[in-house]
Ligand binder design. Structure first.
Ligand code: ADP
Ligand code: MG
Length: 532
C-alpha cells in the first residue's frame, strides 16, 4: 500500500454570479483601471441599445464623480432617453447575472446579459455601495426608483430601497448610478478614446460627458437620421441543432410537428415542412410532444441538408449605412476625401452578417503607421479598442490588401473604418475586443475595403492629374508677360490694345483652359516680374 495522503474532494456548485465574481477578468473587470473603463462602456452601451435600436435619437449623459476624499471611489452615472424598463424587471435586469432582454435574434450591443451586473458586482465588492436605478417607460405615468445589490451565492437581487412618484413631464428613459473603486488618472485616456471612437459611428447621438475634474465634453448631434432599427427574427434552419429542436418541442407539445417547423423557423412554409418531414420519415400530423429523440435528430439532419431554402433574413441586422459613416468620419477628421460602403448581407455558420467600410483621407486625418493606416474597428456599433493584432480586420489590412494598387504609400493620412454587424459576432472573448478570423467575414471585409479604396484611388489619380496641370500652367504663366510684350510690338497701334490688356486676356484663357482660378495664374505672372 502507498502511504500517500488520501485527500477528500470537496464538491459544490456555484451560481453564475459567483462564477463571474471570481473570474471577473474574462469580462474585462481585472483592475481599477479596466473596471472604470468597462463600467462606463457597459452603461453607455445599454443606453444606446435602449435608444437607437428602438428608433429614438439618443441623448446620453455620462458623469463620473469622485465620491470619497481618501479612497479612489468613483460614482458613474449614465442617463438616457431610451425605452426605460418596467418596474418588475428592474431587479433582475440589474441584479441577476445572465438576465437579459437581448437573448433574441436581433442585433444589439449587449448579448450576454452580463455587462451591467459585472459593474454592480465590482462596485459592491470594492466599495460596498449598491446600484441605483431610476426609470420610466414611454406612456407610463410614474417614475420608479430602486436601490439594490446582488446576492452572489444565490444570484438574486436584494432590493434595499424602492420608491415611485408621478411624472410631471413626459420623460422616459433610465438613469443608472454605480459606485466603484477606480483609477481615473489611468483610465481617462482609454475612456476618452472609446467615446471618440464611439461617436464616429453614432453621429446621430447627443453625448455629454462630465469628468471628475468637472470638464464637460460635448459631442452634439451631427445628423438626424437613425440606422434602420433591427427587427427580431426566428432562427434559420441552417443553425438548428438537436437541443434547439427539443426546446421548441417542449414549448409546443400540442402542435403538430409540421406546424412546429413552420411557426418556429424562418424560410419554412407548408411545402418545405412537408418535404423535410417526408425526408426524415416523420408523420407531419404527429403531435410535437410525442416526438422521440431519434425522430428529432432525423428532422435536424433533413432540414440542414435542404438545398432550396432562402438564406437567413437580414432584417435582424442594423447596419449604419453610408450616410451615417460619412457624417461620422467627416465630423471627426475633417478629411479631404471620405467614402463609405455597406455590403449586401452574407451568411456564416447560419448567421446573417453585413460588413461596412469607410475611409477618411487627408485634411485633418491623422497619419497612420509605417506599414498600415489607422484602423477603427467596430462590431454591432461597438468600438473595439484592445487586441487589434488578433482581429480579422487587422489581418485583412496587413495581408489581403495591396495598398500600392491604390496609390497609397505608408505612412499615409488615412483612416480605415470597418464595421461588422450580425446577430452573432464571433468575438474572441466575453470582453468583446476582437473578432475571430472567420473566412466568410474576412472575405467581405476585403471586398468592402477594395470598394472604398477604388473610389479613393480615382480621387487620388484625378487630384494628381490636376496638380500636374496646375504645375505646368504656373510654369507657362511665367512666359505670359514676355509673350504679351512681343505680341504688343506686332499689334501696336490697333484700337484699344495695350500690353496689360493682352496679358490679362492671355491669363484668362490659360486659367479657363486649366480649370484653375485666375488669381493663381496672375500670382505667377507677378512673381516672375518681381524677379526679373
Ligand atoms: P445585456 O446588455 O447583455 O442584455 P446587461 O446586464 O448589460 O446585459 O443588461 C441587462 C438588461 O437590462 C438588458 O438586456 C436590458 O433589457 C436592461 N437594461 C439595462 N440597461 C438599460 C437601459 N439603460 N435602458 C433600458 N433597459 C436597460
Ligand atoms: Mg449590456
Amino acid at each position: 500500500m502507498s502511504n500517500s495522503v488520501e485527500g477528500v474532494e470537496k464538491y459544490r456548485a456555484i451560481s453564475p454570479a459567483e462564477f463571474f465574481y471570481k473570474y471577473r477578468e474574462i469580462a474585462g473587470f481585472s483592475n481599477p483601471v479596466r473596471a472604470l473603463y468597462q463600467t462606463v462602456r457597459e452603461l453607455y452601451e445599454n443606453a444606446l441599445d435602449a435608444t437607437d435600436a428602438h428608433g429614438i435619437l439618443p441623448d446620453v449623459k455620462i458623469a463620473i464623480r469622485k465620491v470619497d476624499e481618501i479612497q479612489e471611489y468613483y460614482r458613474v452615472t449614465v442617463e438616457d432617453n431610451g425605452i426605460g424598463l418596467p418596474p418588475d424587471v428592474v431587479p433582475n435586469a440589474f441584479g441577476k447575472v445572465l438576465f437579459s432582454s437581448k437573448y433574441v435574434l436581433k442585433q444589439t450591443r449587449g448579448m450576454y446579459g452580463l455587462g451591467v451586473k459585472m459593474a454592480v458586482l465590482y462596485g459592491q465588492m470594492t466599495t460596498g455601495r449598491p446600484v441605483e436605478v431610476i426609470t420610466s417607460k414611454q406612456g407610463f405615468k410614474r417614475i420608479y426608483y430602486f436601490k439594490l445589490r446582488i446576492d452572489v451565492n444565490r444570484n438574486e437581487p436584494v432590493i434595499l430601497e424602492k420608491g415611485t412618484w408621478r411624472k410631471t413631464r413626459d420623460w422616459h428613459g433610465t438613469i443608472v448610478s454605480i459606485t466603484l473603486e477606480g483609477d481615473w488618472a489611468r483610465a481617462k485616456p482609454k475612456i476618452m478614446e472609446y467615446l471618440q471612437r464611439s461617436v464616429v459611428v453614432t453621429p446621430y447621438a447627443n453625448i455629454i460627458f462630465i469628468t471628475p475634474e468637472n470638464e464637460i465634453i460635448y459631442y452634439p448631434r451631427a445628423i438626424s437620421i437613425l440606422p434602420r432599427p433591427p427587427v427580431e427574427v426566428k432562427p434559420h434552419p441552417f443553425g438548428v441543432d438537436l437541443e434547439m429542436l427539443k426546446q421548441m418541442r417542449d414549448l409546443n407539445t400540442s402542435e403538430t410537428v409540421k406546424d412546429l417547423l413552420i411557426k418556429n423557423f424562418q424560410s419554412v412554409g407548408e411545402s418545405t415542412a412537408t418535404e423535410v418531414l417526408s425526408r426524415a420519415g416523420v408523420d407531419p400530423s404527429k403531435p410535437a410532444g410525442s416526438l422521440s429523440e431519434d425522430e428529432l435528430l432525423r428532422i435536424v439532419n433533413a432540414i440542414k441538408g435542404f438545398e432550396n431554402l432562402r438564406p437567413p433574413s437580414a432584417k435582424a441586422i442594423s447596419p449604419l449605412g453610408r450616410e451615417i459613416i460619412v457624417a461620422g468620419l467627416s465630423r471627426m477628421f475633417k478629411p479631404e476625401f471620405v467614402e463609405a460602403v455597406t455590403r449586401r448581407p452574407q451568411v456564416y455558420h447560419g448567421h446573417p452578417f453585413i460588413v461596412e467600410a469607410g475611409i477618411a483621407y487627408g485634411g485633418g486625418t491623422p497619419l497612420g503607421e509605417a506599414d498600415k493606416p489607422v484602423i477603427l474597428r467596430y462590431a454591432n456599433k461597438i468600438p473595439l479598442l484592445y487586441d487589434e493584432g488578433s482581429d480579422v480586420t487587422t489581418f485583412v489590412v496587413k495581408e489581403d490588401v495591396n495598398w500600392a494598387n491604390y496609390s497609397i504609400v505608408f505612412p499615409a493620412p488615412l483612416v480605415v473604418l470597418v464595421h461588422v454587424c450580425s446577430t452573432k459576432i464571433p468575438f474572441k472573448g466575453v470582453g468583446k475586443e476582437s473578432i475571430a478570423d472567420v473566412p466568410e467575414i474576412r472575405r467581405e471585409i476585403r471586398l468592402a475595403l477594395m470598394e472604398v479604396l477604388r473610389k479613393l484611388k480615382i480621387y487620388l489619380v484625378r487630384k494628381a492629374r490636376e496638380e500636374e496641370v496646375k504645375r505646368r500652367v504656373v510654369l507657362l504663366a511665367k512666359y505670359i508677360p514676355e509673350i504679351a510684350r512681343s505680341l504688343h510690338t506686332i499689334v501696336r497701334g490697333e484700337d484699344g490694345i495695350n500690353q496689360d490688356l493682352l496679358e490679362q486676356r492671355l491669363a484668362e484663357i490659360v486659367a479657363k483652359r486649366a480649370g484653375i482660378p485666375l488669381e493663381e495664374v496672375v500670382k505667377s505672372l507677378e512673381t516672375v516680374e518681381i524677379g526679373t
